[in-house]
Design a binder for this molecule. Structure first.
Ligand code: NAD
Length: 492
């Protein structure tokens, strides 16, 4: 049985408790490895190491260009080991190897982009309204960052935080999900190989209450970058506020995927299926509310159900598989309970509706791709995030009703609009309250494009140039070039 230690101050170490916890392979439901079970003492050691590395020593002495080169080198090493890292992610989260390979192959781009950005962060000279002073700004790293990630895309979600944090000059303590810690612990070996000084990147593994909570409340942590559920995000925000930490929160969603009657229906059907059944629906941007214009509803549903019925389930390591298992046993139970809720609420079950018992699914945690029609937007199945392969289909009459339904929810992460009318596409992109609007596509992301949520879907943006400023703070420097000191009792 493979055992993973945590990584603190440049060394792989056991937890202070000496304990390990089990990690499961979702395809078999069996334990495949064990991970060190950290606690507050380990968190304190890691944060102090990160604080030391931030305030003194080699990292603090590097120029921005040197820092950027290290970050770039880390990207090269990930590219070299992408296959191994992707396979490890599949062991932990059961997502398809086809999806994880694509994802991990793309991860280096975040390190290249932010590595390149490291030495292009410029302050300004301010053209002051006062004579006799010279005023300029500097952007300085904020300090020790806590990076807390979810289980669905461990290394991708980490790259969104770590690449800009390191490029900015911060130091980091990572807390991966207790369900998927292995790939982060394998990845951190590459941080060491790239030549980052000790203490700059640390990983403390364990559970939310034992590791996440003490990390978020630690007085030496200046910023929390989090991806996970809105419930945990809310708890983190409250704790972080007590010590005035900055936060970036990437939370959940219940994204509307809206199809108008002038859309290319074949593309839109593909987009709707990819929006909810890709990654077994376990993505924050899942298009879990499908809004269909009344006039195309029946034809669209015939096509969608025909396509969804062909989805191949089974071994996530096979390139042929299209829908894999659910990552965790609690998540599997949660999805099934939402299917029951929808049935009780009176939604019409059009496909699936329970555990998958196909022989190719073995003992894994599989749920049949499930579709409910006749959903109204006030039902729980329309308002609450399921995070699984469960689609709610809602009818609408016109643009106004579509945008009203789309926005009548506390979330605002992703959204899709399918139409051949450019004017309508632009109007809808203005009306929808969400951090991302995809027009005639779905589930596209890039290291260059800002990503984040409106409303309860989060605070701040990851990716794109603005992401690096979430790890920097601005200092204003005033120099007297000849102004009289004047009356000391009044503001200058
Ligand atoms: P989760 O909130 O249960 O856990 C996320 C992380 O927070 C884990 O590492 C967990 O151990 C830690 N944690 C738990 N309690 C904590 C506490 N009190 N203090 C600090 N840390 C704590 O979420 P999950 O189940 O791992 O992930 C699924 C959720 O993540 C979904 O809601 C999904 O929409 C969201 N998500 C969002 C994005 C995005 O970018 N917006 C991406 C992926 C997933």
């Amino acid at each position: 049985m493979q055992k993973f230690k945590m990584y603190i101050d440049g060394e792989f170490v056991e937890a202070a408790s000496g304990k390990y916890f089990d990690s499961y392979y979702p395809f078999t439901g069996k334990v495949w490895s064990q991970v060190a079970e950290g606690g507050p003492e380990d968190v304190d050691r890691a944060v102090k190491a990160a604080h030391r590395a931030f305030t003194s020593g080699d990292w603090a002495e590097l120029t921005a260009s040197q820092r950027g080169m290290l970050v770039h080198r880390l990207g090269d090493l990930i590219a070299r080991d992408a296959k191994k890292l992707a396979e490890m992610e599949v062991q932990d989260n059961g997502k398809l190897i086809a999806e994880m390979q694509g994802q991990v192959n793309y991860v280096p781009q975040w390190y290249y982009y932010f590595g390149g950005l490291a030495d292009k962060i410029e302050g300004s000279v301010i053209p002051l309204d006062k004579k006799g002073y010279f005023n300029f700004t500097r952007h300085e790293p904020i300090g020790v960052v806590a990076a807390i990630t979810a289980w669905n895309s461990p290394l991708l979600l980490l790259a969104w935080k770590l690449a800009p944090a390191l490029a900015a000059g911060c130091t980091v303590v990572i807390k991966p999900s207790e369900f998927t810690s292995a790939s982060t612990l394998e990845f951190v070996k590459l941080v060491e190989e790239a030549g980052f000084p000790k203490g700059v990147v640390n990983v403390v593994t364990g559970f939310g209450k034992d590791v996440g909570a003490p990390l978020t409340s630690h007085p030496l942590v200046r910023k929390v970058a989090f991806t996970g559920s809105d419930a945990t995000g809310r708890a983190i925000n409250e704790v972080a506020a007590k010590t005035f930490k900055r936060v970036t929160l990437e939370l959940g969603g219940k994204s509307p995927n809206i199809v108008f009657d002038d859309a290319n229906l074949e593309d839109a059907v593909n987009g709707a299926v990819s929006g909810i059944f890709a990654a077994t629906g376990q993505t924050c941007i899942a298009g879990s509310r499908l809004l269909l214009q009344e006039s195309i509803h029946d034809e669209f549903m015939d096509r969608l159900l025909a396509l969804a019925k062909t989805a191949k389930m089974g071994n996530p390591m096979s390139m042929e598989t299209q829908v894999g298992p659910v990552t965790t046993r609690p998540q599997y139970d949660k999805i099934l309970s939402y299917i029951d809720i929808a049935k009780t609420e009176g939604a019409n079950l059009a496909l699936g509706g329970g555990p998958a018992t196909r022989p190719e699914c073995g003992d894994g945690w599989f749920v049949e791709p499930t579709v409910f029609t006749g959903v109204t937007n006030d039902m729980r199945i329309a308002q609450e995030e399921v995070f699984g392969p469960v689609l709610s289909v809602i009818k609408f009459k016109d643009e106004d009703e579509a945008s009203r339904i789309a926005n009548d929810i506390r979330f605002g992460l992703g959204s899709g609009v399918w139409t051949s009318d450019i004017g309508r596409a632009i109007r809808m992109s203005e009306k929808i309250q969400a951090g991302t609007v995809w027009v005639n596509t779905y589930r596209a992301v890039s290291y260059m494009s800002p990503f984040g949520g409106y409303k309860d879907s989060g605070i701040g943006r990851e990716s794109g140039i603005e992401a690096i400023y979430q790890y920097l703070q601005t200092k204003s420097v005033w120099i007297n070039t000849g102004a009289k000191t004047g009356n000391p009792f009044v503001l200058k």
